[in-house]
Design a protein around this ligand. Structure first.
Ligand SMILES: Nc1nc2c(ncn2[C@@H]2O[C@H](COP(=O)(O)OP(=O)(O)O)[C@@H](O)[C@H]2O)c(=O)[nH]1
Ligand SMILES: [Mg+2]
Length: 281
């Protein structure tokens, strides 16, 4: 099991707590390929029931069939979720309407109090590498303007006005992933949510080969022309031989691991979703 003790995280979380107070809604970004491994189940508890919109990023990298399955799952559990892709801006136009729906009561309350209509204030949170920066850049686009500091906010905090309807904090809150079990940790490692240096690559790759054999055997066959029945070590050796990853007749396993990892991350193995709702509980 992976050991990982981030000393700076407590401080970062404290800062985030302050920021959360300033917003109407939290956009929690999760990776559509690992919706469970990348979600923070304690977010709402922690942040005083602040409304949350779950945005499943990189949905164009995830298995379309599994996107459907996950959609069903969240439909029952969490009505307010959206599959997006920040590169292609998929479903971006649905974000504000969903926010309005989620915040309906609050908006109505302010209206009946005679308060002037104001933009919804949102902030982005998520574990590393889910696409927070990419989302903010793409959501903001070119037309947005910096709003500057709000009165009463001690710490310099930039707000970006997206349009009349919504403003976004310019820096995201970084959440820490959970390592409840090794499957979860493997999924985080494969998608790049935890850096390559902190896990044992051989464990991750062996897990991934088993996973491919079970759920995506056809991509193993298509990409490497290797049968799904082949032993993992044999698979690694075969790939090394084809790619000529040999040094003085010794197989360079590190290079094979990196190749497989890169091919998964660059979609050369197809659109693959790692998390399945079966171990949802
Ligand atoms: N295809 C695709 N790639 C994405 C998406 N969002 C982020 N990425 C890629 O994922 C990587 C991490 O994104 P980044 O925004 O830096 O993540 P952050 O650590 O949460 O800020 C980058 O290589 C992005 O190009 C998305 O919606 N679709
Ligand atoms: Mg970032």
């Amino acid at each position: 099991m992976i050991q990982w003790f981030p000393g700076h995280m407590a401080k970062a979380e404290k800062e985030m707590e302050e920021k959360v107070k300033l917003v109407d809604i939290i956009f929690e970004l999760v990776d559509a390929r690992i919706p469970l491994s990348s979600i923070n189940p304690f977010l709402q508890e922690r942040f005083h029931a602040k409304p949350r919109l779950l945005l499943l990023t990189k949905s164009s990298m995830a298995d379309p069939k599994l996107n459907q399955v996950w959609h069903q799952y969240f439909q029952e559990k969490e009505k307010f979720h959206l599959f997006i892709d920040s590169i292609e801006k998929t479903s971006f136009s649905q974000i504000v309407p969903l926010c309005r729906e989620l915040l309906q009561e609050k908006i109505l309350k302010e209206k009946t109090k005679g308060m002037k209509e104001r933009p919804i204030r949102a902030m982005v949170v998520g574990i590393p590498n889910v696409g927070k920066s990419t989302f903010i850049n793409q959501f903001v686009g070119k037309r947005a303007t910096l709003v500057g500091n709000k009165p009463g906010v001690t710490k310099a905090q930039q707000w970006i006005k997206i349009n009349q309807d919504i403003e976004l904090l310019d820096t995201p809150g970084i959440l820490w992933p959970k390592f409840q079990d090794s499957t979860l940790a493997f999924h985080l490692a494969l998608t790049g949510a935890i850096r390559d240096q902190v896990f044992h690559k051989d464990d991750v790759i062996l897990y991934f080969l088993d996973f491919l054999k079970k759920y995506y055997p056809e991509s193993l066959e298509k990409r490497y022309h290797l049968p799904r029945t082949m032993e993992n070590l044999e698979i690694l050796n075969e790939i090394a031989r084809t790619k000529n990853f040999l040094q003085k007749n010794e197989i360079e396993y590190e290079r094979v691991y990196d190749l497989i990892l890169n091919e998964f991350r660059s979609l050369k193995l197809g659109r693959i979703t790692l998390d399945r709702p079966t171990y949802a509980t």
